[in-house]
Structure formats: structure tokens, C-alpha cells
Write a protein that binds this ligand. Structure first.
Ligand SMILES: *[C@@H]1O[C@H](CO)[C@@H](O)[C@H](O)[C@H]1NC(C)=O
Ligand SMILES: *[C@@H]1O[C@H](CO)[C@@H](O)[C@H](O)[C@H]1NC(C)=O
Ligand SMILES: *[C@@H]1O[C@H](CO)[C@@H](O)[C@H](O)[C@H]1NC(C)=O
Length: 188
């Protein structure tokens, strides 16, 4: 009799445990689906003292004694670059731009190439009008890197998500092109 009176409690506890653990498993498996996706490219041509005609970005800071036409040694650590880069729908620098990528990056690791990005996509086309704001760490040498899409305005009012960056092209220390795969998980 005594053991019988305990067993319902044990059964209830057991069921609760099962419910909790299966809930956790379900959360782990959950696949979030983007509410909107956008793939865009932007092109960065760094000013090197000779390309004023087409440069879209400039070294604006660096370690003591920095030469603003040359990236610093030690993995460019300390260099700050401001940019106003054209955004295109495909990977061609000469395609008609759909907006500008504007902001800065700062090289922030002494023993490998990484940057910290803070920038906006300013879009003004018949398809999209508004801004998308990005921040995050960019381990440049990794094939794909995720940064945060922290918000937006206009057509991207209150949007948030993740942007996957990949270096689509890299030519010396003067030109690079990033593919930006934007997945919004919050749309309004
Ligand atoms: C920028 O202009 C220079 C000089 O005209 C040219 O040599 C260079 O290829 C151009 N850079 C890009 C990325 O088009
Ligand atoms: C920066 O380096 C370049 C290339 O060596 C040189 O031509 C230029 O005079 C330097 N600029 C300054 C401000 O030292
Ligand atoms: C967007 O483009 C239109 C047409 O060129 C222009 O009148 C308008 O000022 C632009 N808006 C912004 C925010 O740049």
C-alpha cells in the first residue's frame, strides 16, 4: 500500500521530466525560417595614393606614424577605414549600383586578419528604399562569416537578422568585393 501511494507522484514527476527534455530537444531542432532574403554585393577600392579617381574608401587612422596610403604591418592592426562603396545586384563592379554601403571597418587582431564592421546599406531604388544596419566581427580569412543585422528603416523598418559575408574577390590590398547574404528573421 505504501509503495502504491508514492507511485503516482513518481509517475507525474517522470512525465514532467519527459515533457521538459523533449521540449529541449524540440528547441534544439527548431529551424528558424527567414521572412525575407536579399543577396547583394559591395565593392571596396582603397585609396593608395594613386587611385583618387575610383577609390571608394580611405584609411583614416592607424598606429602611431601610420602612412594613410599604406596598410599597417602586423595584420593591419589598428587601421581604421571609412568607406562609401557601391552596392550591386551581381558581382560586377561596373553594374548599375542600387545603393551605397557606408561606414567603417577596423582591423582588430594582431596575429591574423580580422576586422570589426559597422556600416549601413543605403538603398534607393524602385525595389527598395531605406537602410539596413550591420555590425559584427569579421574573421576575414574564414570562407563565410555571420554578422548581425541590427535594424533598418524605410522598407526595412524594424527588420532584424543575420548577414553572411563571403569574400567574392580580392585583388592585392586595393580591391575587394563582398557578397552579402541577408536573412531577416524579423520583418514588419
Ligand atoms: C581604378 O583606376 C585605376 C586607374 O585608372 C585602374 O588601374 C584600376 O584598375 C581601377 N581599379 C578598379 C578596381 O577598377
Ligand atoms: C606613404 O608611402 C608612400 C609609398 O612608400 C610614399 O610615396 C608617401 O610619400 C608616403 N606618405 C607619407 C605621408 O609619408
Ligand atoms: C532617392 O532617389 C530619388 C530619385 O533619384 C531622389 O529624389 C531622392 O532624394 C533619393 N532619396 C534619398 C534618401 O537619397
Amino acid at each position: 500500500m505504501r509503495t502504491r501511494s508514492i507511485s503516482p507522484i513518481v509517475v507525474v514527476l517522470f512525465l514532467m521530466l519527459v515533457a521538459v527534455s523533449s521540449g529541449t530537444a524540440a528547441n534544439k531542432k527548431k529551424q528558424y525560417k527567414p521572412c525575407k532574403e536579399l543577396v547583394l554585393y559591395f565593392h571596396d577600392i582603397i585609396y593608395n595614393g594613386k587611385n583618387a579617381g575610383n577609390a571608394t574608401s580611405a584609411i583614416v587612422g592607424g598606429p602611431e606614424g601610420t602612412n594613410k596610403t599604406l596598410m599597417a604591418g602586423q595584420f593591419h592592426f589598428g587601421n581604421v577605414v571609412a568607406f562609401d562603396d557601391p552596392i550591386t545586384l551581381d558581382n560586377n563592379l561596373h553594374s548599375k549600383p542600387v545603393g551605397r554601403a557606408q561606414g567603417f571597418y577596423i582591423y582588430d587582431t594582431k596575429n591574423t586578419f580580422t576586422a570589426w564592421l559597422g556600416f549601413s546599406f543605403v538603398l534607393n531604388t524602385t525595389d527598395y528604399q531605406g537602410t539596413i544596419n550591420f555590425i559584427g566581427a569579421d574573421p576575414i580569412l574564414v570562407k563565410t562569416r555571420d554578422i548581425s543585422v541590427v535594424g533598418g528603416t524605410g522598407d526595412f523598418f524594424m527588420h532584424r537578422g543575420i548577414a553572411t559575408l563571403s569574400t567574392d574577390s580580392f585583388e592585392g590590398e586595393v580591391y575587394f568585393r563582398l557578397r552579402v547574404d541577408i536573412k531577416f528573421y524579423e520583418c514588419w
